[in-house]
Design a protein around this ligand. Structure first.
Ligand code: HEM
Ligand SMILES: N[C@@H](CC(=O)c1ccccc1NC=O)C(=O)O
Length: 269
């Protein structure tokens, strides 16, 4: 009698029709796994960890941009259900982004210092996708584009496009307008939020959508707070490789909110 594993391997016909696809080819693993190139020579032991974690962040940022863009487009079209579904997936990914800081925390500051001097003037400040997420979410600060050193032309064009196009917040207001709320003034908008908050039986989908936006906003605040601790744990009060004051600059960003009106609503309920 053949062993069970052999049966599984040889008798499975699912999806085999004429295909030559393999796991590695589908996922472009040779290319993907060839992209971790340490700057230090001989390589400092922890530099592979440092490169890997940033690449993983950027892959998740790419997914977030795809999900958030779809949520924005659907809200602009007046939808509420699928935008919330998209935002909830983003929230789960964002929790992963916050929690994987634990992996960087396994690095000691001495081991970071073994390759840190090779990194300047690069820093996370130059993450175009991170800034794209901020712009798309609603925090459009053109100053970041002006201050960006060494930004590739295609990244600059993508960031400019994110500044020019509607944000998630514009999408949310479009969804409210589609439900016949006046969103033209601050007073009118707060009246709309209160109406939605106070009649969830009628406006449940819009309420859930607003809450999903608050959760997305909160997740990014948590990431910023966690990032400050990650940075200070490594470099204390030293200035950053990107030329900022370091922890003090990062700390100043913690209070930033994508949707201040949805936070202000809490005080008015
Ligand atoms: C050893 C770990 C880390 C340290 C010490 C650190 C430190 C810093 C510092 C000091 C800055 C301010 C810019 C500068 O002057 O350099 C910064 C910005 C930034 N870092 Fe990190 N970082 C670390 C890990 C990470 C990781 C894993 C990510 C994930 C992508 C990341 C993403 C960012 C982003 C997006 C910014 C810009 C933040 C903003 O402008 O609001 N950092 N980091
Ligand atoms: N800014 C960090 C260095 C750093 O973390 C970094 C360097 C190059 C590319 C990405 C980085 N990550 C976040 O800033 C520092 O000052 O030590």
């Amino acid at each position: 009698m053949r062993r069970v594993t052999e049966e599984i391997l040889h008798d499975a016909h699912f999806g085999e029709q004429g295909g030559r696809l393999t796991y590695g080819a589908y996922l472009h693993l040779p290319e993907l796994l060839d992209q971790q190139v340490p700057e230090s020579s001989p390589p400092a032991h922890d530099e592979l960890l440092f490169i890997t974690i940033h690449q993983v962040y950027e892959l998740w940022f790419k997914l977030l941009l795809s999900e958030l863009t779809d949520a924005r487009d659907r809200m602009l079209a007046g939808e509420a259900y699928l935008p919330r579904v998209r935002l909830e997936r983003c929230l789960v990914v964002e929790r992963v982004l916050v929690n994987q800081v634990d992996v960087i925390d396994t690095m000691t500051p001495q081991d970071f210092l073994a390759f840190r001097n090779k990194l300047a003037p690069a820093s996370g400040f130059q993450s175009a996708q991170f800034r794209e997420i901020e712009f798309l979410s609603g925090a459009k600060d053109p100053g970041y584009l002006r201050r960006f050193k060494g930004l590739a032309d295609d990244d600059r064009a993508r960031l400019q496009a994110r500044l020019d196009e509607p944000s998630l917040w514009d999408g949310f207001l479009a969804a409210l307008a589609k439900a016949d709320f006046d969103v033209s003034t601050s007073d009118a908008r707060f009246a709309a939020y209160a109406a939605i908050a106070n009649d969830r039986e009628r406006y449940g989908q819009l309420w859930d959508l607003a809450e999903a936006l608050v959760a997305h906003d909160q997740a990014f605040s948590l990431w910023r707070a966690r990032h400050v601790l990650m940075a200070e744990r490594q470099i204390g009060t030293k200035p950053g490789t990107g030329g900022s004051a370091g922890g003090a600059y990062l700390r100043s960003r913690i209070e930033m909110r994508f949707y201040p009106e949805l936070w202000e609503l809490r005080s008015r309920l």
